[in-house]
Each structure stands twice: as C-alpha cells, then as structure tokens.
Design a protein around this ligand. Sequence first.
Ligand code: HEC
Ligand code: HEC
Length: 281
Amino acid sequence: MGQLLKWLAGMLILASLACLALASWTYARSEAYLRSFERPPPFQLPIPDDEVTRARGDHLVRTRGCRGCHGDDLNGQFMWGAASAPGLPQLARGSPADFEAALRHGIGADGRALYSMPSMGFLRLRDADVAAIIAYLRSEPVIDRELPRRSLPWAIRWDLARGRDMAMPAVMNRVPPLRLEGEDSPLSRGEYFAMTTCNECHGLTLQGDSAFGDEAAPSLAVVAGYDEKAFEQLLRTGKALGDRELPRMSRVARRRFATMTDAEIDDLYAFLRQWPARTTD
Ligand code: HEC
Ligand code: HEC
C-alpha cells in the first residue's frame, strides 16, 4: 500500500512537471513569435485640428466600424474570450506613431503583434485618413472605464507556438496592393473604399476568403446581381435584394454604411461591378 502511494505521488509530481514545462514552452514560444514582427517607421504626419478634418475622421470611424468593437462611445469594451478593445479617445491623445502602428500594421504600443484587432482592413488607409481618424478621436470625450486586462488564452498561445495560427501582422502580409493606387477616378475611389472596409469580412481580396471572423461573408462577385438602386438600398437600409433581412450584413449596413455619401456608393458600385472580371486578368 505504502509503495503504491509513493508511486502515485511520484507520477503526480512528474505529470505536474511535464505540464509546467509545456506551459513554459508554449508561453515562451508564443511571446517570441508575437515579438518577431518589426515595428513600422514612425508615422510622421502632423494631426490637424479643424472641423473639416474631424468630420472626415468621424465618417471614417463610422464606416470602418471602430465602434463595433471599441464600443458605442469608443471608450472601450470587453469583447470575447480575452479580447478587450481599449478606449480610443485616450489612445488618440497619445503618440500618433503608436496609434498608427496598431491601426495599419497590427503592432501594439508595447511592440508585440496584435491578435484580434482587424488591422488587415486598415493597412491601405491613406496617411491623411489616419490623421483624420486621430483628429476626430481627440475631439471625443475620454471616459474612464475599468476593462479586464488583455491576455491571450492558452489555446491561442498553443496554436501560435506551433505555427498553427497567425497574429495580425502575418495575416497582413497577404493583403494585396491597391491596383488603382495613384489614380483618381470613380474606380480607384471605389477600390479604396472596398479595400479599407468591405475586406474586413468579405476576404482580403473580396472573394470571401476571410482569414478573420467565423461567419461566412460571400465573394462580392454577388454584386453582379444587383442594380445600382438595389445596391444603394442594401447599404442604406440593410435590406438585400428581394427585401431580405440578412443575419449579419443588414445590421452592419445600418450601423456603418447608412451615412455613406451618394458619390461613395456610386464609386463603390462602379468598382464592384467590374471587379470580378479584373481579378482574373
Ligand atoms: C473586430 C473588432 C475591432 C474593430 C472593428 C476595431 N478594433 Fe481596434 N482593437 C480591437 C481589439 C480586440 C484590440 C486589442 C488588441 C487585440 O486584442 O488585438 C484593439 C486595439 C486597438 C488599438 C490599440 C493597440 C495597442 O494596444 O497599442 C488601436 C489604436 C485601435 N484598436 C484602433 C482601432 C480603430 C481606429 C478602429 C476603426 C478604424 C478599430 N480599432 C477597429 C478590436 C477591433
Ligand atoms: C462586419 C462584416 C461585414 C462587412 C464589413 C461587410 N459585410 Fe457584406 N456581408 C457580411 C456577411 C456575414 C454576409 C452574409 C449574409 C449575412 O450573414 O448577413 C454579407 C453579405 C453581403 C452581400 C450579399 C447580399 C445578398 O444578396 O445575399 C453583399 C452584396 C454585401 N455583403 C456587400 C458588402 C459591401 C459592399 C461591403 C462594404 C461596403 C460589405 N458587405 C461589408 C458581412 C460584412
């Protein structure tokens, strides 16, 4: 009996040591991975402080959906698992370089790669638009709010440690360049809108190839079935072709796209109508 107890205790100690070793390995490997991404060169543009720029920032924050995660008042909220979206008015009052590194590159202020922040949808935002977003957020009130500390769950660390999952900067390596960069035309403006907002859910190339999010958003080739009036109705009211209420898109449209300008809708429609043909050239 005594022998058996000793043997059991021995096994228990061995098992705990093995668990501890595995946990340390997982933590060390995932931390090294998160720290393996280079910080971008610091954002240099001065942040304007005028009404027109702030209004542009307001429009960008709405259409790019920051409130969906950072809260209706933008001051942060707890989301899922261990994802906690911080307060943006406070961050905007800090270093523009830190803010931009997170927004466009998925690198946190502490230099570690972000995991849940969908920076792949914002990589192509222009410098002036980044500055406008910061300018607007600086004019929004800071609300002191206790948020749970951010920490990655073990299951995610385990996958990151073994190369089975990616942090945001790795996802971003797959974001294609804008084809019409440098052009100023309805198509290039439509592409800019699509590739800095619709690509958050409809895939990095808009083909429904989303590397992010669990709900399937279709390839935007579906827009071929929409005439311009139906497309406008979807964006402004959330009602899809045939007056359908969609599980997710309808709410997204009402929250984010109802305030799109007529010109933005025209440009986006023009771009999406010819886009499927261009992907095969
Ligand atoms: C899908 C949810 C989601 C959306 C949409 C989103 N964020 Fe975030 N954001 C997060 C989460 C979660 C974090 C915390 C870091 C993490 O877990 O990846 C974060 C972190 C940040 C950070 C700070 C990073 C740091 O720690 O230094 C900034 C700045 C930021 N977001 C700006 C924005 C802006 C601006 C927008 C809109 C253009 C936006 N976010 C849209 C979820 C989101
Ligand atoms: C936050 C995620 C999200 C964003 C951003 C988003 N969509 Fe969607 N969209 C979806 C999902 C998910 C569906 C599939 C239907 C559903 O579950 O609501 C969808 C469906 C659609 C459909 C198919 C409608 C039909 O007839 O069935 C169209 C068209 C569409 N989206 C256009 C757009 C355009 C254009 C943009 C950018 C301006 C955009 N979406 C941005 C999530 C999104």
